[in-house]
Design a protein around this ligand. Sequence first.
Ligand code: SF4
Length: 361
Amino acid sequence: MNSVGLYIHVPFCLSKCPYCDFYSVKYDEHTAKEYIKAVKRNISAYNGVKFDTVYFGGGTPILLWREISGLLTDIGGMIDNDAEITVEANPCCTDKESLDSLYKSGVNRISFGLQSSDDNELKALGRRHNAAMGEKAVKLAFNAGIRNISADIMLGIPKQTPDSLRETLRRFTSLPLNHISAYMLKIEPGTPFAAQRLELPDEDGYADIYLETVSLLGQNGFKQYEISNFAKSGFECRHNLKYWRCEEYIGIGPAAHSYYNGKRYAVPRDLAGFIADNLQETYITENDPADLEEYMMLRLRLSEGVDINELHRLFGIEKAAVLSRLSELPPKLYRRKGDIISLTPEGFLVSNAVIGILTNI
Ligand code: SF4
């Protein structure tokens, strides 16, 4: 049996950031312990399955570092020896003890929600950490022995200027990081930010910010391998690559998603139900995920792009039809190397429109 990915959604935070619509509730120790028991029950139900990537996302997984260390010991037999094991962390809740313990229990990748190195921007985002705490947390992780460290940067924060963004990029790239995810601030309906009149960049402003970020990260050795993700060579996130390469993964926990045995399904956003049920409830989100549009949507997020021969093998599409569609696009939006087509950073900015044209076959 092939190994698959394991995603564990940890739905606890100390407080809610005003832009966030991820599923999380206020942390309390008792509920967290009950939640981890349910996680272990659900993972054990996949007896015989081997995991080559494990990803604790959230929420704020590092709050549960003791429980995560224990869980990894308990399910160790189901994890490949060379698995990538990631824990998402917020600098506010990270210290030497938690990082040392996670490293000893097999965690080899930490992903920090740093967002910015400007204290006013961090305050505007409602984050509980400041720039100094963020930098200290990254150094603590490195000193604990973890060599695969990622940070998130938020683009388009209210009052962010080209200079403050450049300064954030300068400071981040001087830290012992080898992976950076750069996401645009999105206003999600129902969040406190949605009820405020925030000054956000327009389409052109966003394009400028994005292209400058791609360029500055590239100059510092962080190669773009996905629309929003950049890594030094060999440090691309193996777990997240599974999503974009349409490979299988099992999701555990409220709000987790899975792609397993040819079906996409999700777990309801209900922590109490997850704890009470012997095995988590799931509902199908897609019965036939292997359609052309979805395949292109995921593959063209990646700089490695899509292979025209694979399109023929999977969907019976003729090469001439793909090339004819491609000729309708402005050349600055894509690259073609033999039979491989990929988008340029300019192409990533309009990827939905490009995919619409390419899949109109
Ligand atoms: S810490 Fe992360 S998951 Fe929790 S509310 Fe803030 S952005 Fe959302």
